[in-house]
Structures are given as structure tokens and as C-alpha cells.
Design a protein around this ligand. Structure first.
Ligand code: GUN
Length: 283
């Protein structure tokens, strides 16, 4: 029976720490850290994520602005809203919820956000800083995973880490952070020849693939740590991760559940980035 790494509980602890530092920030600067979240269109999952981010801001004492724009918003209109937020004194973090409608170029949007306010860490300048190890902000989901490992006392140094998935949001930055923490890192993806063999070597396995039941018990080394970044719906419409939890949980030493695992940690790390951006911008 694996030990469950409870993301909800850990998040509550970290949010309390952020709330305390926010109080200190307000005392010193006379205003709260501010986060602006822009959502374009009506994607139901995105709406839930944005609502969670807004609620988290309230919880830690931030000022937050949710900007809801219609599906037919032009790219120029969106870029112009971002430029206004770049210039705003009360906004320290800007997040444009992805995916965007197809007529808007995601890269143009990302590159318009002031890198100092880029709390997603998607801007090429911040990705470059992350890669060379001199970043102030850390991408939210991978940062959440690192915090779960650290606070559970799981050593990374010298360990074999396998990341399944190579997205810009999770897989690639996850690999960089594990490498920075002295792990020996393998990144697997849809063209990997023998995924099972690679996974069986992992002391720490991070799955960010987005397919329910993709990581099965026969892929897990006994005593491994299994981190499930997937957020999927199974055939019954229930929220689930990438990992066949009930069977894997019998083999792994540590495991994260879905829901209540990485998800809440991602939002918590967004709060941390907003606070860090505010502190950095006003120092
Ligand atoms: N959509 C899914 N995940 C993310 C994320 O981490 N940031 C943004 N901006 N959009 C997302």
C-alpha cells in the first residue's frame, strides 16, 4: 500500500504560508499582490480552472481580476488588453487561459505578456532562464510536483526519473526541474519504442499524457514514486488521472491521487509565482 501524497492538504499548508507573506507584503507596500486572468470563449473546463484560480486569490489575500472575453474577440483586441495589464501598477501577474480560439495565435499572445508578469512561465525569455537555471518564477504544474516531492521527503538526487509526455506546459519543464535537482532524467512520448521498459526503471515516474488508465501496474518498479499529472474523464464520466490507481497503489511507495493531487498544487504554485512576481517588481 503506497503512501498517498495529498495535494489538497499540502496546498492548504502552502496557501497559509503565502497568506502570511501576503500580509507582510501589504504592510510594506500598501497594496495586495494582483493577478489578472483572461479567458476567451466558453470552454467549460477552462471556466472551472479560472474560477478555481480566482477563489485561490481570495483565499491568500490577493487582488484579482477575471477578464472574460467573447469567443469572437480578435487577436489585436486581446493583445491590447494584455498591453494595458502590462502597464497596470496594481497587476503583478497575467495569465491567459489556454486553449485559445483557433483564430488567435497562442505564441503572439505569450510573447506580448511582460516577462516579469508571466506567472505561467511561458514567455521564451522565461523558458530560457528556466533552462539555464537562473529563473525567479517556476512553471506552475512542474513546480507543484517538485514541492510534493520535497515536502514528502522524497530524494531526487541520483534517482532515475522518467517523465511521460513532452508538452511545453508540463513534460519539458518537468524534465528540466528534475535535472536541476540532480535526477537522471528520461523523457518518454508517443514515439518511445519500449515505454514499459523505460517506466520500469523509474524511481520517480511522472505521467502527463492525458489518457485514463495509461500507466498500468506492470510498468511500475516496486517502491517507486508515481506522480499523476493527468486530468481526464473515464467512461463513467468520473474525473481520473493517467494512472491505473487501484492496482499501481499496491506496488508504488508513494502515489498522488486524482482529484486532490497535482491539480490543487498547480493553482497554489500560481499564487506563489504571483507573490514572487509582486515582490520582485517592487523591490
Ligand atoms: N490550460 C491548461 N493548463 C494551463 C496552464 O497551466 N496555464 C494556462 N494559461 N492555461 C492552461
Amino acid at each position: 500500500m503506497a503512501t498517498i501524497i495529498n495535494g489538497k492538504e499540502l496546498s492548504a499548508t502552502i496557501r497559509k504560508e503565502i497568506a502570511d507573506r501576503t500580509e507582510e507584503f501589504i504592510k510594506q507596500k500598501g497594496r495586495a499582490p494582483g493577478l489578472a486572468v483572461i479567458i476567451v470563449g466558453e470552454d467549460p473546463a477552462s471556466k472551472v480552472y479560472v474560477r478555481n484560480k480566482h477563489k485561490a486569490c481570495d483565499e491568500v489575500g490577493f487582488y484579482s481580476q477575471v477578464i472574460e472575453l467573447p469567443e469572437e474577440t480578435t487577436e489585436e483586441e486581446l493583445l491590447s488588453r494584455i498591453r494595458e495589464l502590462n502597464a497596470s501598477e496594481s497587476i503583478d501577474g497575467i495569465l491567459v487561459q489556454l486553449p485559445l480560439p483557433r483564430h488567435i495565435c497562442e505564441q503572439n499572445v505569450i510573447e506580448t505578456i511582460d516577462p516579469k508578469k508571466d506567472v505561467d512561465v511561458f514567455h521564451p525569455m522565461n523558458v530560457g532562464k528556466l533552462t539555464t537555471g537562473n529563473h525567479i518564477l517556476t512553471p506552475c504544474t512542474p513546480a507543484g510536483v517538485m514541492e510534493m516531492l520535497r515536502r514528502s521527503g522524497i530524494e531526487i538526487k541520483g534517482k532515475k526519473c522518467v517523465v511521460v509526455g513532452r508538452s511545453n506546459i508540463v513534460g519539458k519543464p518537468m524534465a528540466i526541474l528534475l535535472l536541476e535537482a540532480h535526477g537522471t532524467v528520461t523523457v518518454c512520448h508517443s514515439k518511445t519504442v519500449d515505454l514499459k521498459k523505460e517506466c520500469l526503471e523509474a524511481d520517480i515516474l511522472v505521467s502527463a499524457i492525458g489518457k485514463p488508465g495509461f500507466i498500468t501496474a506492470d510498468m511500475i518498479k516496486p517502491g517507486a514514486t508515481v506522480i499523476d499529472v493527468g486530468i481526464n474523464r473515464n467512461k463513467e464520466g468520473k474525473l481520473c488521472g493517467d494512472v491505473d490507481y487501484d492496482k499501481v497503489e499496491k506496488i508504488a511507495a508513494y502515489i498522488t491521487p486524482v482529484p486532490g493531487g497535482v491539480g490543487p498544487m498547480t493553482v497554489t504554485m500560481l499564487m506563489k509565482n504571483t507573490l514572487l512576481a509582486a515582490e520582485n517588481r517592487t523591490k
